[in-house]
Design a protein around this ligand. Structure first.
Ligand SMILES: [Zn+2]
Length: 433
């Protein structure tokens, strides 16, 4: 596979060089935060840490964490590190309640965000020959605009179609030969159905070959469904408004985990309960420190997103480490026999099995007994009890390998468990009762 690069030098820096760069930028970031942002000035003074005491990358662990509530408490402009007339853009990240988080960008910050998007898209194989239809909303949400800038930087023809209006989307696709699109996963599935109704075979009638989906959680199964239905490749990506928006981490053409752009973000994977750093391969909360933010540097931001570092080098040659797809939120974490477990890890194992249905529940009781009750797929039961026992055994072993805790697996007939209206309750924890 011929690997394309947007910024080959930076993307393939040796680890020692990359870490040297990170340290210099971390020191500068802490200095600026301490000097210009009263919130960080206070937080650093409280723990008695002076910026010049940051001497190695490991010293990041001495810095204070920043939470989403901190960002809200500093609303509207408490975290600004530049004079108030310097930012050129405001984006917000919505919360479920109360005031949003306000994120400011300088000219340079916007340019950097576009740069990272260009880097990300090129890593998936996008070139200036591509016609890029941006079917995402533009506005306070960063996704639409930042993706737009990235594609434009590469030299693609960008069609800012925004979301919805499937008739018009299809017309644009056909008339201008769209080859790549940015789209919500739920809309991609809907759009696939719409094409089918119109008698349009995406593989035969459209030039569309790549999709970038995001802004809402989706499973690996959904990705596969979109790929199959539209005959294209879907690339996983990770971003959040607090850290520029999309393009914090992106899959390359090998689709084996997302390279997190470490020259812009210093990453840590922490145990969400204790804050202790976790070794490669273990799931924990992703914590990010901005390394090049001008208007609004953020130290050790608790994203609440759960992921893990993937081991080994990527065949593409990029040296920036890869994180796994986000498997959940830190709030969902369960502790079973001293091990951190996320319900999504269990779901991933179950859903990878074609004989397993979609309805399942995780029950915790007694002294940390973990039971996974799951329905068989409608056509899976052939009347042979031995086959069920065999499947049960396989699932138990797979779950144990994933979780490091042996569960009891209960397979029940399709349709025998209650169907949830709205969001299903997946965890029943009877331990504290
Ligand atoms: Zn790669």
């Amino acid at each position: 596979m011929n690997t394309l690069f947007w910024d080959r030098e930076t993307e393939t820096l040796t680890r020692p060089r990359l870490e040297q760069l990170q340290l210099a930028r971390l020191q500068e970031t802490v200095r600026r935060a301490a000097l210009r942002v009263p919130f960080y000035q206070r937080a650093l003074a409280e723990i008695g840490l002076k910026p010049d005491e940051v001497r190695s990358l490991a010293d990041v662990q001495r810095l204070p964490l920043t939470t989403s509530d901190d960002l809200r408490s500093q609303y509207p402009a408490g975290l600004l590190a530049v004079p108030p007339d310097e930012p050129v853009r405001l984006h917000t990240s919505s919360g479920t309640t109360g005031k949003p988080k306000a994120i400011f960008f300088s000219k340079k910050d916007i340019d950097n965000a576009g740069e990272l998007m260009a880097r990300s898209l090129v890593a998936t194989g996008v070139t200036r020959q591509d016609v890029f239809q941006n079917m995402m909303s533009y506005g306070l949400f960063t996704g639409g605009l930042m993706m737009h800038y990235g594609a434009e930087k590469i030299g693609c023809l960008v069609i800012p179609s925004g979301p919805g209006n499937s008739e018009r989307q299809l017309m644009l696709m056909q008339d201008f030969g769209t080859t790549a699109a940015h789209i919500l996963p739920s809309y991609a599935l809907y759009f696939a159905g719409f094409l089918e109704q119109r008698g349009v075979d995406a593989r035969r009638d459209l030039a569309w070959r790549k999709a970038f989906v995001g802004a809402e959680p989706y499973t690996e199964e959904t990705r596969e469904k979109i790929q199959q239905a539209l005959g294209l490749k879907v690339f996983n990506s990770y971003g959040l408004t607090e850290m520029n928006g999309p393009g914090v981490a992106f899959e390359c053409s090998h689709q084996c985990g997302m390279h997190l752009w470490e020259d812009h973000f210093l990453l840590e994977i922490l145990d969400p309960k204790t804050g202790a750093p976790l070794p490669e391969g273990q799931c924990g909360e992703l914590v990010l420190t901005t390394l090049q933010r001008e208007a609004m540097p953020i130290l050790r931001y608790r994203t609440r997103d759960i992921t893990r570092l993937l081991p080994g080098p990527c065949p593409c040659g990029r040296t920036h480490r890869r994180v796994d797809r986000i498997t959940g939120r830190s709030d969902d974490m369960l502790i079973v026999r001293g091990v951190n477990i996320f319900p999504q890890q269990i779901e991933r194992v179950l859903m990878a099995h074609p004989q397993i249905g979609r309805n399942y529940v995780i029950v915790l009781e007694g002294l940390d007994d973990l039971t996974v009750q799951v329905e068989l797929a409608p056509a899976a039961f052939d009347g042979n009890v031995e086959h069920v026992a065999d499947l049960q055994h396989q699932l138990t072993e797979k779950l144990k390998a994933e979780l490091w805790v042996r569960p009891t697996v209960n397979l029940v007939p399709a349709g025998s468990m209650p169907v949830a209206e709205g969001k299903a309750r997946r965890v029943i924890d009877k331990r504290s009762l």
